[in-house]
Design a protein around this ligand. Structure first.
Ligand code: PAF
Length: 285
């Protein structure tokens, strides 16, 4: 049996009240649907940790900078519900637009600093949309814990900061990126690549791993980044928007991993924008 789908906040709140009365812990896994193994790993972690699990599916118009991208975003509710069978999900919350942005809705949540760089530079307004909808989903679900993928590392940091700054009593948990056997990070965008494009895109991960290994060996980032960009171009990535080494907490640029750091990349392959990131060992540890 597929988990029940609730579309109205009042129904979700009624369910939530019975769980809280019974002293149960509640998890939320926010998604925009088109579920793949990466999402399911979050669901698995949530079900292992908490008594009750809500998966939300809402294609959030406020985080798209491009109307065509929003229009073509896959809406696969029926298939998504089937994929959630067998995990122990209690509710799939698919709010209709009015539950999230009712008539006259006027509030925007903007996390400054962290959102000026990386995705924030290339997708203007994107993180305001994410922070706003995620704050609403946290408050609507009343969850104790929320699960996000490290694949969208900057999003994870932004959401953590937003919850902390707004005193929303929720623990935000980042789960490891799930990869294809080729090493390519799972993403709904991968479906838009040809078999040959997928093969070329898979070269990204080993290139990142080589850079991470050499950084851990003490080399400085700038020449490694130049080399990596040449290799990525040779693999068929025609526009590399960023290939950065940044500290995890504030996303400031680094030349050496002297504190917890990530290598973060956004690059285009065959008209598809791919992002990925990996942790880099801290020097001297
Ligand atoms: O990562 C996503 O799918 C979305 O950005 C999220 C967190 C569900 C907010 O719409």
């Amino acid at each position: 049996m597929t988990p029940p789908i609730l579309r109205h906040l009042s129904d979700l709140r009624a369910k939530h009240a019975t769980w809280i009365r019974a002293g149960e812990s509640v998890a939320v896994v926010p998604t925009m649907g088109a579920l793949h193994a990466g999402h399911l790993s979050l669901v698995e972690a949530a079900c292992a940790d908490c008594d009750r699990v809500i998966v939300t599916i809402f294609v959030n118009p406020r985080q798209f900078n491009n109307a065509a991208d929003l229009a073509s975003y896959p809406r696969t509710e029926h298939d998504d519900a089937k994929k959630l069978v067998g995990f122990g999900v209690d509710v799939i919350y698919v709010p209709d637009g009015g539950q999230i942005y009712p008539e006259g809705y006027a509030t925007n949540i903007s996390v400054t600093g962290l959102t000026d760089v990386l995705e924030g530079e290339f997708r203007f307004g994107h993180f305001d949309g994410v922070a706003t909808v995620v704050a609403k989903l946290f408050l609507q679900t009343g969850a104790h814990r929320a699960y996000f993928g490290q694949k969208d590392f900057q999003q994870l940091m932004v959401v953590k900061r937003m919850a902390r700054d707004l005193d929303i009593p929720i623990e935000v948990i980042g789960c490891p990126t799930v990869r294809e056997t080729s090493g390519l990070a799972m993403s709904s965008r991968n479906l838009r690549l040809s078999a040959e494009g997928l093969e070329r895109a898979a070269k990204l991960y080993p290139i990142m791993q080589q850079v991470a290994a050499r950084l851990a060996g003490g080399e400085s980032f700038a020449p490694l980044a130049d080399e990596a960009r040449i290799k990525l171009q040779a693999a068929g990535f025609n526009d590399i928007e960023y290939f950065d080494l940044r500290c995890e907490e504030h996303l400031q640029l680094l030349d050496r991993p002297t504190r917890p750091a990530r290598l973060l990349v956004a690059a285009w392959m065959d008209g598809i924008r791919l992002i990925d990131n990996i942790a880099v060992d801290v020097l001297g540890n």
